[in-house]
Design a binder for this molecule. Structure first.
Ligand code: CU
Length: 220
């Protein structure tokens, strides 16, 4: 009895997601770009990415890829745009011999962090506030040099199960990570920078995001 009711609920949910998917997909094509942009529905896209139906999740991830990764290439790259729109309130907020405080936020509807580069001394205590100002869920991982793709691919194959772990795979090359933060949430992370100088990348491991949602912590 209980399980058939549950099935009804998930069937209804799947039906609603298929319907929403058609709406979202329709806004992605066939219209001039200036009109299409205004019709993107980011909260619906975010909901579809959590759908129990794999078809809906896959399609939503494809749309996400088109909206962010492909179109940002058409605009001539994302780095230049990011520098222009960098907000004042993020970056290194204070720096004393004992502690560096840092803020990194996500940018609304851009699938990017608002800080792409940071420089901190080796073995330094850091208090980092990570703020999700976007509609979609995002996380923040500091990883060993050269390991972004390996970790992103591991997170990608987690499918819907990824939500249980916040898309954090079991990988020794993750130095630290935040939780998967929903819209409007923030988390404070305290850590000590690596003692080995080097360029340590940070990334979002939500499927498809790492391509442009990344930055570099220069430890020097
Ligand atoms: Cu993300």
């Amino acid at each position: 009895m209980c399980s058939s009711r549950h099935n009804d609920v998930s069937r209804r949910k799947a039906r609603r997601h298929r319907h929403q998917l058609r709406i979202v997909a329709a806004t992605g094509t066939g219209l001039p770009r200036h009109r299409r942009c205004n019709q993107r529905n980011f909260p619906v896209l975010a909901a579809l990415q959590k759908s129990p139906e794999p078809h809906a999740r896959n399609a939503a991830n494809t749309i996400q890829h088109l909206w962010f990764n492909v179109e940002s290439t058409f605009r001539g790259g994302v780095i230049a745009g990011d520098v222009e729109e960098k907000t004042q309130k993020s970056g290194i907020l204070s720096d004393t011999p004992d502690l560096t405080t840092i803020r990194i936020a996500t940018m609304k509807e851009r699938m990017m962090y608002d800080v792409k580069d940071l420089s901190v001394k080796p073995g330094k205590k850091v208090k980092l506030t990570f703020v999700n100002e976007d509609f979609m869920p995002h996380n923040l991982l500091l990883v060993q040099p050269g390991k972004i793709d390996e970790i992103a691919n591991q997170a990608l194959v987690m499918g819907a199960k990824g939500f249980e772990t916040g898309f954090i795979p079991d990988n020794k090359n993750i130095i630290w990570h935040s939780k998967l933060l929903d819209a409007g949430k923030e988390e404070v992370i305290e850590f000590t920078t690596p003692t080995n100088p080097g360029d340590y990348p940070y990334m979002c491991s939500f499927p498809g995001h790492h391509i442009i949602m990344r930055g570099m912590l220069h430890v020097k």
